[in-house]
Design a protein. Structure first.
Length: 171
């Protein structure tokens, strides 16, 4: 005789919640760029755990072929950094460049988040937002960090002018 696991309203709710989270997370990540580490430099020695460092990451804009952005940011080391519970600094710098022929895969919204990364275990995130300046046919990228309630005014901006022969399609 085989006993089937008992389904309760709580387990059903948990399963549905997990499924919903997976769908939302998967859909949210579909259009977001993924960073590749270009390199890093140590800024402070830590006896236990990794050193504090500055990391340079590259990511290709998922909707604009031929544009790559480079973001440098502080990464906290030590034991807290090793276990992923450290809160990284809010400062970041960005430089985006045309690295090949530019083509836009689909019409772009006037403003769109293209990259986000967790800077602390709970609520702090680094964000990169793409803005379109149609008058100048230019893509503007802004990086900043935010918290659940309050963010940091520290930011960095860069622009990638696109040849007038390649107009940027807007939504």
């Amino acid at each position: 005789m085989t006993l089937a696991p008992r389904t309760t309203p709580t387990t059903t709710l948990l399963r549905r919640g997990a499924l919903a989270c997976g769908v939302v997370f998967g859909a949210g990540m579909a259009a977001v760029a993924h960073a590749e580490v270009v390199g890093d430099v140590d800024t402070a020695f830590k006896l236990i755990g990794p050193d504090h460092k500055i990391v340079v990451e590259a990511y290709d804009d998922p909707k604009v072929n031929g544009v790559t952005c480079y973001v440098s940011r502080a990464k906290t080391g030590g034991l807290a950094g090793a276990f992923g519970v450290a809160e990284d600094k809010s400062e970041a710098s960005i430089a985006c460049r045309q690295v090949g022929p530019v083509s836009v895969t689909q019409p772009l919204p006037k403003r769109e988040e293209v990259y986000t990364e967790r800077l602390s275990i709970l609520f702090k995130r680094l964000r990169v937002v793409r803005m379109v300046d149609p008058k100048r046919n230019t893509l503007v990228y802004l990086t900043y960090s935010d918290l659940l309630i309050d963010g940091s005014p520290k930011n960095s901006v860069t622009a990638v002018p696109i040849d007038r022969g390649t107009p940027i399609p807007l939504k």
